[in-house]
Design a protein around this ligand. Structure first.
Ligand code: NAD
Length: 360
């Protein structure tokens, strides 16, 4: 039980169980992993998916919680990282009652953990959680974070295209995998800015909408190898792998999907091929900034200002990567881990002197 907690350097893991009177044979089980509260309360979504075992659920919770700490730290937010997983019960269950019970679990942690939507949960579920705790950052009164995520990705892409590739966004060619909440919003922004956009999605209706906006639709198995300036993965994780890396024909990867690199070593493969990789958890932090901002009662201007800082942070990390000759993902992880430990984000000048980079 303790191995994954130690491996991911998690501060605490809380387990909750409840046997509902309607079906006591299928108890509700939830795990809340609090990776770090060094910078503030641990914010992170709640997954509601089937797990093959308690161990699989625990592994997922601690791994994802560490990712949230890194994301909040690089975003410069006064937040730590956490994640909840609710193991989907077998058979019939009362969904509303389950999420209200989960709200009580979160409330017992007295604000140490702030929950939000994640795979398998919807805004309505978070409204049920909100009935028992105020420590929720994505109920219906807060709103959809996706356009803010898309804005952060768009601004990051603009930075890469203009400052690193030396082109203009209006003359650039972009391929987007996935036209969901983030991908469609990103496609709209790019088309308005004059870029040429290729898209793919498993959902033909979404492809049709993007086509009407001016994008060119390609088959899902063709999108990664489009000859473009920037590839924007906005669907699945682990899509840049040993199997796909050789087929890439882009100069940069800037997208919203979490955990795009199948392994950390793929970052070095991209570096060898001169493909700029924008760390996913840095460029997709706009949604987190929006949710955290709303939770803390920030103004819309303050949230927008936070999101506008993402590109300069990306530029710093890419420059550090070039200066130190380490892959961008390795530099980002090292700086994020140090920011978690120190409780602050270092600027470029401090970053150059950081022990974290000397020790890589
Ligand atoms: P979504 O579920 O709304 O959209 C995902 C889209 O990808 C769907 O339209 C789906 O049909 C499509 N898709 C799935 N497999 C595909 C494939 N093989 N090829 C092409 N398309 C495929 O999700 P979203 O909210 O837009 O998020 C997209 C990604 O960004 C996810 O990885 C998510 O974890 C990450 N992310 C989202 C946010 C946010 O604010 N929504 C924030 C941070 C990270």
């Amino acid at each position: 039980m303790f191995d994954p907690i130690v491996q991911h350097r998690c501060e605490a893991v809380h387990s909750f169980a409840h046997s509902p009177s309607s079906n006591p044979q299928a108890p509700w089980r939830a795990i809340v992993a609090v990776h770090s509260t060094q910078r503030g309360p641990a914010l992170g979504g709640c997954r509601f998916v089937p797990y093959s075992s308690d161990q699989a659920a625990l592994n997922d919770a601690v791994r994802l919680a560490q990712g949230m700490s890194r994301k909040a730290a690089l975003a410069g937010l006064d937040l730590g990282g956490g994640k909840a997983v609710i193991m989907m019960p077998e058979g019939v269950f009362d969904r509303q009652a389950l999420f209200r019970w989960f709200g009580l679990c979160v409330e017992r942690l007295s604000g140490e953990y702030i929950t939000a939507m994640d795979a398998g949960t919807q805004v309505g579920d978070m409204d049920d959680v909100f009935k028992h705790t105020r420590h929720v950052a994505s109920h219906s009164q807060i709103g959809d974070p996706s356009p803010h995520t898309a804005r952060g990705v768009f601004l990051s892409m603009e930075q890469v295209i203009t400052q690193i590739l030396g082109q203009s966004i209006g003359s650039s060619r972009i391929a987007i995998q996935g036209l969901g909440h983030v991908g469609m919003s990103l496609a709209e922004r790019l088309l308005v800015a004059g870029a040429q956009v290729w898209v793919s999605d498993l959902d033909a209706e979404r492809c049709k909408v993007a086509q009407q906006l001016g994008a060119t639709v390609v088959a899902p198995d063709q999108i990664l190898q489009q000859p473009v300036d920037v590839l924007a993965p906005c669907a699945l994780g682990a899509i840049i792998s040993a199997e796909t890396v050789d087929a890439l024909q882009c100069q940069a990867i800037v997208g919203a999907a979490n955990n795009q690199l199948a392994t950390a070593q793929i970052g070095a493969e991209l570096q060898q091929r001169n493909i700029v990789f924008a760390p996913d958890y840095l460029v997709n932090a706009g949604g987190l900034m929006f949710a955290a901002g709303r939770y803390h009662g920030w103004s819309d201007d303050r949230i927008a200002e936070q999101i506008e800082q993402i590109p300069s942070r990306l530029q710093e990390i890419v420059e550090l990567s070039e200066q130190r000759q380490h892959p961008v993902n390795v530099v980002a992880d090292a700086l994020a881990d140090e920011a978690i430990a120190l409780g602050q984000f270092s600027t470029t000048q401090q970053g150059l002197e950081r022990e974290a980079l000397w020790n890589l």
